[in-house]
Design a protein around this ligand. Structure first.
Ligand code: GDP
Ligand code: IMO
Ligand code: MG
Length: 428
């Protein structure tokens, strides 16, 4: 009884997870987020409208699928309320289609302030956090001080809130950082009332009962493997486990209930925020990629750093996650180039290696590229069938499948739901 598939990012986030979840949702009964919080921005496009979701699973637009926010997620009621209000504006019956775990942790206004103060104090060494309070909230979770959704329904919630805020205020005295808590706190308590419209459930029971009843669950990851707290480019990472194992802890799903793991990657590579990025392009090619791919953050609007695909990093991500199927996104963006470069190895301290070393910040780490003929000038954005894939793109796909030892079952050629080529048939 393996009722769960997992879908997650293999790079530094923003691979296109939201789009693929939306495309796959009709095949699932439940879509469940297992980690992260409003640092995520998952974009979906259909009927000429673009939606960006932060905390709410990307299955919310399909009326026959339930959506669950798992215990591993951290929630900012203010951002959550905005999402709910926007969905209601599109006629979505959110209180029927969405459930929230009682064990999910709350992001307090002071968590956000602590995030900003801590980043400012780091100066040049800053993580490039989205400043949504993610780090401080997970710190309070593991420090056993956090407040959870279920606590909202207890009589002493206000006292516990006040005690935690006092603790945060005393921590803030150590920073040279000015803040104004009052307005934000007012909005936060107002938003709590909206949050209470969404049923709070014992999500581990809900999800396991669903699996037992033969329902199909898709666990939706946020961020990407290279931002994982354990296996990412530490310390330039987020504060949760973004990998397949995060599904087990973030939803209460046992490992032997997991079936397929769908790994999402861009046909090139991007990163937003600070930290090492071996294949980053600082030249015109990088700028062309950014413009053509519209690589600007869905949550913060920051320009994303761009570079060529990095196979050693992808192989690592496939290994850590146990990926069984791949989705390659944004192939259309590469139509502007004569040749496509693929990083197959690195040189590192005078040697050629095919794995990520411990210190990927080491300045001697340089990518080694193989050049592959591109499909310049061919517009892919209207393609929907494997038979229409141009020969050079097919060669690129097959080369990657060979190197990564994993089938690419979805090729995305545009942001819209419809701009998706399913390759399963080819592989059977
Ligand atoms: P996520 O965080 O992994 O869900 O990804 P984001 O939504 O942050 O970023 C992906 C961006 O690429 C969004 O703007 C999507 O609309 C867009 N996108 C997704 N797939 C494709 C594609 O195949 N081609 C193009 N051109 N854009 C895409
Ligand atoms: P989705 O789900 C891309 C990055 C931030 C920063 C680091 C830590 O849309 O792919 P945090 O706010 O978590 O403390 O930031 O992680 N980051 C993301 N980058 N996509 C995301 O989410 C991200 N969530 C966090 O830019 O470098
Ligand atoms: Mg994103």
């Amino acid at each position: 009884m393996k009722g769960t598939d997992v879908l997650l990012g293999l790079q530094w986030g923003d691979e296109g997870k939201g789009k693929v979840v939306d495309v796959l949702t009709p095949s699932y009964d439940v879509i469940a987020r297992f980690q992260g919080g409003p640092n995520a921005g998952h974009t979906l496009e259909f009927n000429d409208i673009k939606h960006v979701l932060h905390t709410i699973p990307s299955g919310i637009f399909r009326k026959n699928t339930m959506n669950l926010i798992g215990n591993g997620v951290v929630i900012d009621p203010v951002i959550f309320k905005k999402e709910i209000d926007s969905l209601k504006g599109f006629g979505i019956d959110v209180s029927r289609l969405l459930l929230i775990s009682k064990k999910a942790h709350l992001i307090l206004p002071t968590h956000r302030i602590l995030d900003a103060a801590s980043e400012q104090a780091k100066g040049k060494k800053k993580i490039g956090s989205t400043l949504k309070g993610i780090g401080p909230t997970y710190m309070d979770k593991t420090g056993r001080n956090g407040l959870r959704i279920g606590d909202l329904y207890t009589a002493n919630f206000q006292d516990r809130y006040d005690a935690l805020v006092e603790k945060h205020k005393s921590m803030l005295t150590r920073f040279d950082f000015e803040y104004d808590l009052d307005q934000y706190e007012k909005d936060w308590f107002d938003a709590i009332e909206s949050l209470k419209e969404i049923p709070a459930v014992d999500s581990e029971h809900y999800i396991n009962n669903a699996i037992k009843a033969g329902k199909k669950v898709l666990a939706e990851g946020a961020q990407g493997t290279m931002l994982d707290i354990d296996f990412g480019s530490y310390p330039f990472v987020t504060s949760s486990n973004t990998i397949t194992a995060g599904t087990c802890t973030g939803l209460g799903i046992a490992p032997n209930r997991i079936n397929d793991v769908i790994g999402i990657f861009k046909a090139y590579c991007t990163r937003v925020g600070s930290g090492p990025f071996p294949t980053e392009l600082h030249d015109d090619t990088g700028e062309e990629m950014r413009q053509e791919g519209q690589e600007f953050g869905a949550t913060t609007g920051r320009p994303r750093r761009c570079g060529w695909i990095d196979l050693p990093a992808l192989k690592y991500a496939i290994m850590i996650n146990g990926v069984t199927k791949l989705s390659m996104m944004k192939a259309d963006v590469l139509s502007i180039f004569d040749t496509i470069k693929v990083c197959t190895h690195y040189t590192y301290q005078g040697e050629t290696i095919d794995y990520l070393p411990y210190d990927i910040e080491d300045e001697s780490l340089m990518p080694v590229y193989k050049e592959i003929p591109g499909w310049k000038g061919i517009d892919l954005t209207g393609l929907t069938d494997v038979a229409e894939i141009p020969a050079n793109l097919n060669n690129y796909i097959e080369f990657l499948e060979h190197e990564l030892e994993t089938p690419i079952t979805i090729v995305s050629v545009g942001p819209n739901r419809k701009q998706t080529i399913i390759r399963d048939k080819v592989l059977n």
